[in-house]
Design a protein around this ligand. Structure first.
Ligand code: SF4
Ligand code: SF4
Length: 55
């Protein structure tokens, strides 16, 4: 399991800054590397628009 970022992403970068394993890369939308994500949920908790969700 890993989190994925939906097209609701507004590109604010908060999730990337808060990811403990630096799994999130800048993009439109931002992208989570599933092989690096440890499923901690921080990105979902921090995102202002609820774009990251468990895939
Ligand atoms: Fe996109 Fe949410 Fe990450 Fe901001 S915190 S870049 S809106 S997924
Ligand atoms: Fe990073 Fe945690 Fe989000 Fe995975 S769930 S991308 S480890 S903040």
């Amino acid at each position: 399991m890993a989190y994925k970022i939906s097209d609701d992403c507004i590109g604010c970068g908060v999730c990337a800054s808060g990811c403990p394993v630096e799994a999130i890369s800048e993009g439109t939308p931002y992208v989570i590397d599933e092989s690096v994500c440890i499923d901690c949920g921080a990105c979902a908790a921090n995102c202002p628009v609820g774009a990251p969700a468990e895939a």
